[in-house]
Write a protein that binds this ligand. Structure first.
Ligand code: GLN
Length: 488
């Protein structure tokens, strides 16, 4: 298959850069032009040609001096929840309009140090709160496979950018599914690492006990390259960062799948899963079996409590994290407030969008006096039970297979859709988030309307390498990840 430059995988781009067939500068220019040409997708919130080209020239110098890593000269774009010195950061919120961070998030700094060239910042749901990227203060993101549909959320920009060939790879963050679900909706490969594997330093906080950053790319190999550069201890800046050296995830990709036990939770493939998604996933599992994997029935008896548990804990943490946006230290400040109370009240009313306000109210309620034991403490207990169920399941299998989402991407601006519908659509991604387990989304076929379907793989703690290996092997025998949205 011969692909256009913007459709190539990271290994293909690297080979061209190494062989000198292509310079990092040419590559960056190519993508900058595409970003401009497809601005109507709403994927990017900020670009800066001068900054990008300066980084590209530095990468070219490294390439010619022979001091390049596998990522040197390859462009990347960051979710706007990761702070950057050289680009503005908004977290998808009016609250942070005009904000410029004095430092780079660790993820940004590490990928930059590896020589990646930053193309800009990507649209997302406000503070990462959403499942369809319709809660961004700067407009929705359109799915390149069907621009009348959502790209997924909250990392809709991260997914649409790669699926439309506006960037070969991107970063995203996942609190309850925001790396996996948009990747699934846009036909990409992506991984949410074990909680603590990637530093949260410089990631705008949503729910701190759940937030993790991870990469999105076309292939598992591309994700392995990015994750190897992103992961590893950062204990000085993030107290929950795991003190365990980074791994070279590309090393283990070739391990065959013979004998792999794939746990299939019965509850996950029955009622609630739309038939087209179910059929694509069945075919994908059969393909894994053909490669020597074996299906094992597992149970996740309390998975149906996961959504309710998550929306108690995540909102409680969010209401606390968002208290810092008071219009005094930074963030939007209302002009001419009558007094101090009005300053707080009006700055927050004007700066935050509807969904964020809903979550602040919910989170304040469930963690407040009189409700704390009934909701917050109860949810913490159920969180532990769900994590225990996953551990029990993982005693009988090496990896758990699940849908990423119950349906393919839904229509943008559907008037009949409520916030609750969006919450319920997170049903398959939330359990791994609550447990802090690594999980990935792998392109597994197509459903209604020819829209991509993602297969979710959930592994045990620090089993990112195994997950990437399984996805890579699957991609040696399937070409779902090589399909492109029409016109891109
Ligand atoms: N959809 C979930 C939410 O709105 C998850 C978002 C995320 O992972 N950032 O909270």
């Amino acid at each position: 298959m011969t692909e256009a430059l913007h459709q190539q995988t990271l290994p293909q781009l690297r080979a061209a850069l190494q062989a000198g067939q292509l310079s990092a500068t040419e590559l960056a220019q190519h993508f900058l032009q595409r970003i401009q040409a497809h601005a109507d997708l709403g994927a990017f919130l900020a670009t800066d040609e001068a900054v990008t080209l300066a980084q590209a020239r530095a990468a070219d110098a490294r390439l010619s001096q022979g001091d390049a890593t596998v990522l040197t000269g390859i462009p990347v774009a960051h979710k706007d929840l990761l702070v950057t010195r050289e680009f503005p950061t908004t977290a998808g919120s009016r609250m942070l309009t005009g904000y410029r961070s004095p430092f780079d998030a660790t993820v940004v700094q590490r990928l930059g140090a590896a020589g990646m060239v930053c193309l800009g910042k990507l649209n997302c749901d406000e503070f990462g709160m959403g499942s369809g990227n319709e809660n961004s203060a700067f407009g929705p993101v359109h799915n390149p496979w069907d621009p009348s549909r959502v790209a997924g959320g909250s990392s809709g920009g991260s997914a649409a950018a790669v699926a439309a060939g506006l960037a070969p790879a991107s970063t995203a963050t996942d609190t309850g599914g925001s790396i996996r679900q948009p990747a699934g909706f846009c036909g990409l490969t992506a991984i949410r690492p074990t909680y603590g594997r990637v530093s949260r330093h410089g990631m705008v906080a949503h729910a701190s006990s759940l937030d993790q950053a991870g990469p999105m790319a076309r292939s598992a190999e591309g994700c392995a390259w990015l994750l190897s550069a992103m992961a590893g201890p950062d204990t000085e800046h993030d107290a929950t960062s795991l003190d365990r050296p980074a791994e070279d995830y590309a090393q283990g990709l070739d391990r065959p799948l013979e004998g792999l036990r794939i746990g299939v939770p019965h509850g996950f493939f029955g009622a609630g899963l739309s038939a087209d998604v179910g059929a694509a996933l069945e075919a994908a599992l059969a393909l894994l079996e053909k490669q020597g994997a074996r299906r094992v029935d597992v149970a996740l008896p309390r998975a149906d409590l996961a959504v309710a548990t998550y929306y108690v804990l995540a909102t409680a943490e969010a209401s606390s994290n968002l208290a810092r946006y008071d219009g005094v230290r930074y963030g939007h400040r209302t002009p001419d407030p009558a007094d101090l109370d009005a300053l707080y009240e009006k700055s927050r009313s004007e700066g935050f969008g509807t969904e964020v306000k809903r979550r602040i109210l919910t989170g304040t309620h469930v963690s407040g006096h009189g409700c704390f034991d009934a909701y917050y403490v109860k949810a913490q207990k159920v969180r532990r039970l769900i994590a225990q169920d996953l551990q029990e399941a993982l005693r009988h299998c090496d990896v758990i297979a699940a849908p990423v989402a119950p349906t393919v991407a839904w229509p943008l601006g559907a008037p009949e859709r409520s916030a609750l519908d969006d919450y319920l659509a997170d049903v398959y991604t939330i359990p791994a988030s609550l447990a802090g387990l690594p999980a990935m989304s792998v392109p597994a076929g197509f459903g209604a309307g020819g829209l991509p379907v993602g297969l979710q793989l959930i592994g045990n703690y620090l089993q990112e390498g195994r997950l990437l290996n399984i996805a890579h092997q699957f991609q040696q025998h399937s070409d779902f990840h090589r399909q492109h949205a029409k016109g891109f």
